[in-house]
Design a protein around this ligand. Structure first.
Ligand SMILES: NC(=O)c1ccc[n+]([C@@H]2O[C@H](COP(=O)([O-])OP(=O)(O)OC[C@H]3O[C@@H](n4cnc5c(N)ncnc54)[C@H](O)[C@@H]3O)[C@@H](O)[C@H]2O)c1
Length: 432
């Protein structure tokens, strides 16, 4: 009994030693033995555990120190896909500054050095399809964007199945996101019959389409080439026309949707160049002819050739004394590529300075296709320029370019293409 009492008093003393605020809550930590620290140090030293930890830290630090060096071993080539991907991301968020060509790390397995990737808007049309042939021939990857308003799949069918070629049905008045190095912007109906068909759409294509493609060029740091036209000179008061001539254009006429549309497109290109550092190129194209032109599109060469093949009279508007210069399509394509690859913004006149009246052209067509063809005169169309002839000294000097194919050499080259298509059409076999 005495012993029990003694034990109870000892317990009571212990209780008194515990601080009053802890007395009510049980905590094993509070009661831990102070000797636990040396015990964990002992644990570390046992069985070479400390040594293993140090070796682990050493390996980890070595990896993180070497990592930047591994990145430097990655690609520095601007054509590298990973580089351009990073470029697009960096510029997507930075709409004002010049696109940065940031370097990124290792190339993902399976991706090698890639070829130049090029977009051609309007690539299913007459000029566009010849340009696509040239770009694919020289080893580029080509993406064509076209809404097939005047373009035809037939013009590109020989590239279907080529892994370096892609065709997208798309209207350039809507934005599109692509990853490319160069943009050739051709999308726009070029013949009066087609661009007057829906003038509001024509000006939309010229303004909104060009804005969209310039926006894309800015975002991804691509070089942008605009195919403008000699129509920006209107009915010229200067002859021949130099690039310094500002033109004589009717802003409210039937052709204004095209002429003023292209003039606005040039303005947009220059503003993106000056204001947003986009690398732009401007070509002012003069009358061009060749295989794959639309039949009956109202352009004088295709009209005459188609009429001569069908044994119809050649239609001459007005007195036939108005002049034009005619360039074969391969010359134009060479000029466009020289401009895109060169270092000069332009604008550059691309045309053949050989000058012909409509009546002289009719004579060449008769000589080439049917000497018995007759001529039929009709009233002239509104705002038809009286004369047109490019001064190409700037392109000769800075692009080292000049046309090589004369009208008498070029015309026969388009005749067999027209003959086949007219034959197919007559037999109801045309695909488009
Ligand atoms: N051929 C010439 O003599 C000549 C002269 C001066 C300028 N140009 C310019 O060269 C370019 C090509 O001319 P072309 O003769 O090959 O004309 P084209 O009509 O044969 O080709 C134009 C192409 O653009 C496409 N297109 C039109 N609107 C479009 C849109 N909204 N979205 C997507 N695609 C669209 C058409 O379907 C067609 O494939 C045009 O910009 C034209 O203004 C040509």
């Amino acid at each position: 009994m005495k012993q029990l009492h003694k034990q109870a008093s000892v317990n009571q003393r212990r209780d008194e030693e515990i601080p009053s605020n802890l007395a009510s809550t049980y905590s094993p930590k509070a009661l831990k033995h102070p000797r636990s620290l040396p015990r964990s140090i002992n644990y570390l030293f046992k069985e070479q555990r400390l040594l293993f930890i140090l070796v682990g830290i050493l390996i980890g630090s070595t990896f993180f120190i070497l990592q930047p060096t591994l990145y430097r071993l990655g690609p520095s080539d601007p054509n590298n896909p990973t580089t351009s991907i990073s470029r697009s991301f960096s510029t997507a968020h930075d709409l004002v500054s010049k696109p940065t060509h940031a370097k990124v790390g290792r190339i993902p397995v399976g991706l090698g050095k890639r070829r130049l990737r090029i977009v051609v808007t309007g690539g299913a049309g007459f000029v566009g399809s010849h340009l696509v042939d040239k770009l694919l021939d020289r080893g580029n990857d080509v993406i064509v964007i076209d809404n097939f308003f005047t373009g035809r799949k037939d013009n590109l069918v020989h590239h279907f199945g080529n892994p370096r070629f892609e065709l997208i049905r798309h209207d350039v008045v809507e934005p599109i996101l692509l990853e490319v190095d160069q943009i050739y912007h051709l999308a726009c109906p070029a013949s009066p019959v087609h661009y007057k068909y829906n003038p509001v759409k024509t000006i939309k294509t010229n303004v909104m389409g060009t804005l969209n493609m310039l926006g894309l060029a800015k975002r991804i740091g691509a070089r942008f080439l605009l195919t403008s036209t000699s129509e920006v000179y209107g009915d010229p008061l200067e002859h021949p026309q130099k690039e310094t001539y500002w033109g004589n254009v009717n802003p409210i006429g039937e052709r204004s949707c095209y002429d003023e549309g292209k003039r606005t497109a040039e303005t947009l290109a220059m503003d993106y160049h000056r204001g947003a550092d986009v690398e732009v190129r401007i070509a002012r194209i003069f009358n061009t002819y060749g295989p794959r032109m639309c039949l009956d599109d109202g352009r004088v060469v295709s009209n005459f050739v188609a009429q001569a093949i069908r044994r119809q009279p050649l239609t001459v508007y007005g007195d036939g004394k108005q002049t034009r210069s005619f360039q074969y399509v391969s010359d134009l394509v060479n000029g466009l590529v020289a401009l895109m690859d060169g270092e000069h913004v332009g604008p550059f006149n691309l045309g053949n300075p050989g000058e012909f009246t409509m009546l002289e052209l009719a004579e060449v067509v008769k000589e080439t296709i049917d000497s018995s063809a007759t001529i039929e005169f009709r009233p002239n169309t509104a705002d038809d320029p009286h004369k047109r002839k490019p001064d190409i000294s700037k392109a000769k000097e800075l692009l080292n370019w000049e046309p090589k194919v004369s009208l008498r050499e070029g015309l026969p080259l388009m005749v067999s293409d027209f003959q086949n298509r007219i034959l197919n059409e007559d037999e109801g076999k045309a695909i488009n």
